[in-house]
Design a protein around this ligand. Sequence first.
Ligand code: CP
Length: 338
Amino acid sequence: MLSFQGENILSVNQLDREAIELIFDVAKRMEPYAKKHKRTQVLEGAVLANLFFEPSTRTRVSFGTAFNLLGGLVRETTGMQSSALAKGESLYDTARVISAYADAVAMRHPDAGSVAEFATGSDVPVLNGGDGPNEHPTQALLDLLTIDRELNRFDRSVDGMHIALVGDLKYGRTVHSLSKLLCHYKNIKFSMVAPDGLQMPDYVLDAVSNAGHQIELVSQMEGNLAADIVYQTRIQEERFPSQEEANKYRGGFRISQAIYDAHCKPESVLMHPLPRDSRSDANELDNDLNSNDNLAIFRQVQNGVLIRMALFALTLGVENKVQQYETNVPWFSRKRQS
Ligand code: CP
């Protein structure tokens, strides 16, 4: 019987199709609590250390929200300068200290491999919230859950789909993790749509190719967006050697309603891990798409809470006890209407 109790979630390489399906099954069972139909106190008394050493809105807040929705408490630190890492403390020592206080850790850090290094010193499960340009496993899971749900609306499935990954595929860790997860599915066509210099790293292309999927590497959006899923990424300016280098790419890959009408299919689903760069000279996904029913970006955000709740329930061994600690919600919530 597959179990995640006590495990770290550091990379999608840990996950096979059975593991993905278990996580999705538990995530779906979290819906009544995320929608505030019911509340649960299954993690009452448990403490999450939410350590974000790089900017974040969604991942940080949704990890905290997910833990709170299961009845647990959250302690948070943000930014390198407000932690003892700025005084030269090692990740190992920080982990020994933090895991003396907490029952689980969610962490983001700018360096590839840093979260795994931290986990070597932790006595409690560590969940990777993004380690530099390397991986973002919980984002990949929420993206995959979203793809599955969106395609189901059109009687399609992940197996056999066509996905266009668009933008900064070199530094965009979400597309690295998502591509590797999709290796557990069958017969997918990948259009890797990136400017020269920002194509998908070879190790990801090799994994996708070895899984038997079809890959097209292209450098322009025109003619390459007629996919079931169009997954746009932000130019990861913070990972470029210089701002000058990053500026060369800003605004190169924009999708507006006019571009959608001209180049996508009527049922193409638009996704983005967010944040979308909405500055006027970047404008990655134009605001005029906000009323497009196939813009799934805010449904991705909702699915992120479900996935992170599921991972906490699984790693803390309470996935089958959530209902037992359930109570009614007496207060009004707009979420219940949806
Ligand atoms: N998608 C994502 O990782 O967003 P944040 O940087 O806001 O956490």
